[in-house]
Design a protein around this ligand. Structure first.
Ligand SMILES: [Fe+2]
Ligand SMILES: [Fe+2]
Length: 300
C-alpha cells in the first residue's frame, strides 16, 4: 500500500466513514459561540431524535441535579451547556463511526478521551480561549491510527511491532509500511469530515508541532496533552519509551523549563479525575450500548 493509494482509500466516499452531519454542524455552531449558540445547538440537536432523547435524559439525570424536570431541548442545552453537548455528541459520533472493534482498540479510545480532557485542561491553564476545540483536537489526534488499523489490521500490527523492536517512533514505522502515518491520515479524515482547519492541522502535526502554521498554539497543546495522557496512565503504547516533547511546543504552554515537570505532575491528577467524569457523562449519554462499545478505562 503506498501513500497515494492510502489517500485515495481515505477519500473514497464509499469506503470512508463520514461523521454524522449533526456532529460536524455542532462543532461549527459551538465554535462560533455567540448569543445564538444555545438556540442553534438546540435546533441542530432536534434534527436527530436519538440525540435529543439522550440529551434530555442526561439533563434529567443525577449527574446534573437540576431542580425541576427538563422537558425541552432548549432548556437541556442551557442546563448542560452547549460545549458539553458538543463534546458528548462528537465523542458519540466518532465512536459510532469508527467504533472500537473489540478490546484491541479500547486502550486507544481511552487514550483519546484522556488526551481530550488533557488538552482542555492545558487550554484552560494557558488561557487558550477555545476549550471545545482543544477537547476535539485531543480526542481526535490519533484517529488516523484507528483508520489505518481498520484498513489493514495486520500491517498496522506489524508497524507497532516494528516500532517496538527497532525502538523507533510509530509514525516512522507506519511510513515504512503504509507510505504514510497516522497523523497525516488523521488530518485527511478530519478534513473530509469538514472539521475546522485548526483542528485538522492540530491532528496532522501533533507529532511535529513546529511545522504548524495555522494553529500552532492548538497543535502545541495537543502535543503536550498527548504525553500528559500517557503520564496519567492512559497510554495505548505502554511498551514504548516516551518520545521527547518538542521544546517549541513547550514555549507556548510553559516557557519556564524548571516548572514543566511540576505542571505535568499536577495536571496528571486532573486528567484522571476529568477522564473519569467524562466517561461517566458519556456512559449516561449512551446508556445501554455503552458497556460493549467502551469498556471501563484500564489504566496501565
Ligand atoms: Fe499520535
Ligand atoms: Fe496519542
Amino acid at each position: 500500500m503506498d501513500r497515494t493509494l492510502l489517500r485515495r482509500l481515505t477519500e473514497e466516499t464509499t469506503a470512508l466513514p463520514t461523521l454524522p452531519l449533526v456532529a460536524s454542524r455542532l462543532v461549527e455552531a459551538v465554535a462560533r459561540m455567540d448569543a445564538e449558540t444555545t438556540e442553534s445547538v438546540a435546533r441542530i440537536l432536534a434534527l436527530d431524535p436519538g440525540l435529543t432523547a439522550r440529551t434530555l435524559r442526561l439533563a434529567n439525570s443525577d449527574c446534573y441535579g437540576f431542580p425541576r424536570k427538563v422537558g425541552s431541548v432548549e432548556l437541556a442545552v442551557l442546563v448542560l451547556g452547549p460545549g458539553t453537548i458538543r463534546d458528548l455528541v462528537l465523542t458519540a459520533s466518532v465512536v459510532q463511526t469508527l467504533g472500537p472493534d473489540g478490546r484491541a482498540m479500547t486502550d486507544l479510545w481511552n487514550h483519546a478521551m484522556a488526551c481530550g480532557v488533557a488538552a482542555r485542561a492545558l487550554a484552560e491553564r494557558t488561557q487558550y480561549p477555545l476549550l471545545g476545540e482543544a477537547y476535539a483536537a485531543g480526542l481526535l489526534h490519533d484517529i488516523g491510527a484507528v483508520l489505518l488499523r481498520q484498513k489493514d489490521p495486520q500491517r498496522f500490527e506489524a508497524a507497532i511491532a516494528l516500532a517496538d523492536t527497532q525502538r523507533m517512533p510509530l509514525e516512522e514505522a507506519e511510513r515504512g509500511l503504509f507510505g504514510s502515518d497516522h497523523s497525516e491520515v488523521g488530518g485527511w479524515l478530519a478534513e473530509r469530515w469538514g472539521l475546522p482547519g485548526e483542528i485538522v492541522e492540530a491532528i496532522a502535526c501533533h507529532h511535529h508541532p513546529e511545522v504548524a502554521v495555522r494553529s500552532p498554539e492548538l497543535t502545541a497543546l495537543v502535543h503536550i496533552a498527548d504525553s500528559l495522557a500517557d503520564r496519567a496512565g492512559y497510554s495505548w503504547t505502554p511498551l514504548r519509551a516516551p518520545q521527547p516533547l518538542s521544546a517549541y511546543a513547550w514555549e507556548s504552554v510553559e516557557p519556564d523549563p524548571s516548572r514543566r515537570e511540576a505542571l505535568l505532575d499536577g495536571l496528571a491528577e486532573v486528567v484522571v479525575r476529568e477522564a473519569e467524569r467524562e466517561r461517566e457523562l458519556f456512559a449516561e449519554f449512551r446508556r445501554a450500548q455503552e458497556e460493549d462499545a467502551w469498556p471501563s478505562p484500564q489504566r496501565v
